[in-house]
Design a binder for this molecule. Structure first.
Ligand SMILES: O=P(O)(O)O[C@@H]1C[C@H](O)[C@@H](CO)O1
Length: 296
């Protein structure tokens, strides 16, 4: 299987996985999907009346091999609203073709999801960003996509969407406005940013020269996920909102002993887990904020 084909993919596989999940969901009928980034699995812990389904049980789901990603779906309620939460995602660098990384989003579509909130851990490129900041993603630069790695490669499955989907509206403008209002209500303005997420393949972190390039190109944060999910979701008409946690500083200077490692990423995620949970939980309840998420 190569990254330049979707060999192994079929609509039937998506249907089988969706039917399997429908048989496990009970009365839960989620329209909202939440994807937990590295170290942010705690978002799934706030789900009430949990129904947990391990990825290993779900037909055509693969394993999540990364520390900080649990590898299970959690169905239940957050603030009284039905949700499904992906505790763990699949990354291109784990060796999976694009369609496998995007596969859960098509399954979500078939079980009724209309809006996805994706989170991730990312390195801060923008010199004004601090470790621990949240960055609401307003756009992305997909170096993986531009290099030919995309979940939409191969014959188009027109039962999900068109051959040439637009991506200029990938991150829903109204939802972003509401999300920021919610963050503001919570007193999060000091660490709530917005910006452009640069998707790199990984798993090595970037060189200094690469990061300087990303900065020059307009990138605010670098990360190894999310974009394949967003492209798959938008292709099939799921609305998207995405938020990065800036877990580490990207090192743009040669004259330093600083470095970056996944433990630091997980530590920051752990330190900020509570605020991220509050934001996600509150986002679904406060005032008019998530009215669009009722997806009526
Ligand atoms: O799944 P996310 O994007 O949150 O995880 C990031 C990217 C790599 O998997 C890992 C690097 O530390 O964290």
């Amino acid at each position: 299987m190569t990254s330049s084909s979707n060999e192994g993919y079929s609509t039937e596989k998506v249907r089988v996985s969706a039917d399997f999940l429908k048989s496990k969901m009970g009365n839960v009928k989620p329209k909202i999907g939440i994807i937990c980034g590295s170290g942010l699995s705690g978002l799934g812990e706030v789900v009430e009346n949990k129904i947990v389904v391990k990825y290993s049980e779900i037909p055509s789901f693969v394993e999540s091999t990364v520390p900080g990603h649990k590898g299970q779906l959690v169905f239940g309620q957050i603030s009284g609203k039905d949700v499904v939460c992906m505790q763990g995602r699949f990354h291109p660098y784990e060796g999976y073709p694009g369609w496998v990384v995007g596969f859960p989003l098509r399954v979500m579509k078939l079980i009724g999801i209309e809006m996805v909130l994706a989170t991730n851990a990312a390195g801060g490129i923008n010199p004004e960003f601090k470790v621990g900041d949240f960055m609401l993603i307003k756009d992305h630069i997909s170096f993986t996509g531009l290099a030919g790695y995309t979940p939409l490669v191969g014959p188009n499955d027109s039962s999900f969407g068109p051959r040439f989907p637009p991506m200029n509206d990938a991150y829903d403008k109204n939802l972003r406005t509401l999300f920021k209002q919610c963050a503001s209500d919570l007193g999060y303005d000091d660490f709530m940013r917005d910006g452009v997420y640069c998707n790199v393949f990984g798993p090595s972190y970037e060189t200094i020269a690469e990061l300087r390039l990303l900065l020059k190109l307009g990138g605010d944060a670098a990360g190894m996920s999310t974009v394949q999910e967003v492209v798959t979701a938008r292709h099939c008409g799921i609305k998207v909102i995405a938020c990065s946690l800036i877990t580490n500083e990207c090192i743009l200077e040669y004259d330093t002993d600083k470095t970056v490692c996944h433990d630091e990423v997980l530590q920051t995620a752990n330190d900020r887990a509570h605020q991220m949970q509050t934001l996600v939980t509150n986002s679904q309840t406060s005032r008019t904020h998530w009215q669009p998420l009722h997806c009526s």
